[in-house]
Design a binder for this molecule. Structure first.
Ligand SMILES: [Zn+2]
Length: 371
């Protein structure tokens, strides 16, 4: 062997390791790393199922038919078996309007909560974050049952539209979304829902108004600053550990004409020109947590929530700059910022917090109760 060359066996070993890594679907290029939907360290929950699939390729005899045997043993669909664990004699039934079906479907509260967690939080998130999300989803549904139900679909307690009530993923949606990881992710979500069965957050004995969002940007927002009314438990709290999440900082650039067009549609009472946007678009007021409350166009005040909607910005935590290419909004976090930050919850869980601690942090002053 010549000096300076690694031994052949080492090269072969590295090659095999790289091959196994790739076969497991793990990222290789920086682009693949960038496209990961969950933090890389969290992808380890996929390891057992990925490894099994690699082994299946090499040792087909060992694993073939295992799935079939399980199915034949008790003759049930694994989905039904998992969901059956959630059913008891006292199942609360909910009328849920499903966008997938275009109608109201009656389903058990716990099945509904599974569908909401599957739709609203990445299934690879930490188990304690999934449990916090399950309690949040259940509480929101129960609060709506005691209030007036879904505002956009009469007769339904809740709907599956994330812009109205909460998102809802059916089993078919989940199969499509998760592909080969379907069973692993389904089991993680069902376990989180089961572990928190019948638990909800209350304030003065009533289910609380639950709001949550993807990523606060470091600090959550007071409900009063975003919606017309506030609650004593929907107040700003610190939400550290979000800095490394994908999409923590996002820039959106619009040409002056494009921005003027979109803003004119959102504020029809005012004529907004490209020249004005180029010359005079600045932040007006800030909320107490540092998010933008109003945007100024000369001396005309634009509501930041409406600006966010018009330009499809990720949050109202932004600054504005302009250059020859147009106007750029530098945004932080994702969502309205009120209540639990999902990325923050995941980060707290990764640092050892349980779901009770996470919920107590994001909804201060509330009580976790068993129904
Ligand atoms: Zn609704």
């Amino acid at each position: 062997m010549k000096r300076g060359y690694p031994p052949l066996w080492l090269c072969a070993l590295l090659l095999v390791l790289a091959l196994v890594w790739k076969m497991m679907g793990a990222p290789l290029s920086s682009e693949e790393f960038g496209n990961l939907r969950t933090p890389f360290w969290q992808a380890r929950v996929l390891l057992p199922s990925r490894l099994q699939r690699v082994l299946q390729l090499w040792l087909p005899g060992q694993f073939n038919g295992q799935e079939g045997q399980t199915l034949n043993e008790d003759g049930t669909d694994p989905d039904q078996r998992e969901l059956a664990k959630l059913k008891t004699t006292e199942t609360v039934m909910l009328p849920v309007w499903l966008p997938q079906e275009g109608k109201i479907v009656s389903m058990s509260l716990e099945s509904y909560v599974c569908g909401v967690v599957a739709a609203e939080m990445p299934a690879a998130y930490h188990a304690e974050a999934l449990k916090a999300q399950a309690v949040a989803a259940r509480t929101r549904a129960l609060r709506q049952v005691s209030d007036s139900g879904c505002l956009n679909h009469s007769g339904a307690a809740v709907c599956g539209d994330s812009a109205c009530c909460q998102g809802y993923a059916s089993m078919e949606d989940c199969r499509e979304k998760w592909g080969a990881e379907y069973e692993l992710y389904r089991d993680r979500i069902v376990s989180a829902v089961q572990a928190t069965r019948d638990e909800l957050l209350t304030y003065e004995g009533e289910p609380i108004t639950v709001l949550y969002h993807a990523m606060s940007g470091g600090k959550t927002e007071n409900a009063q600053a975003v919606f017309a009314s506030g609650e004593p438990y929907l107040v700003s709290v610190d939400s550290g550990g979000e800095e490394n999440a994908k999409g923590y900082l996002t820039d959106s650039t619009f040409s002056f004409e494009e921005a003027a067009g979109l803003l004119s549609q959102a504020f029809p009472e005012k004529t907004i020109t490209a020249q004005q946007v180029r010359r005079a678009l600045t932040v007006g007021e800030y909320t107490n947590t540092g998010r933008v409350k109003t945007v100024l166009l000369d001396d005309y005040e634009l509501d930041a929530q409406t600006v966010r909607k018009a330009l499809k910005l990720r949050s109202t935590w932004f600054s504005i700059t302009a250059d020859q290419n147009g106007v750029t909004f530098h945004q932080r976090g994702y969502g309205h910022g009120v209540g639990m930050s999902q990325v923050g919850a995941n980060s707290m869980a990764a640092n050892g917090a349980d779901y009770q601690t996470i919920l107590a942090h994001y909804y201060p002053g509330t009580t976790l109760e068993k129904q």
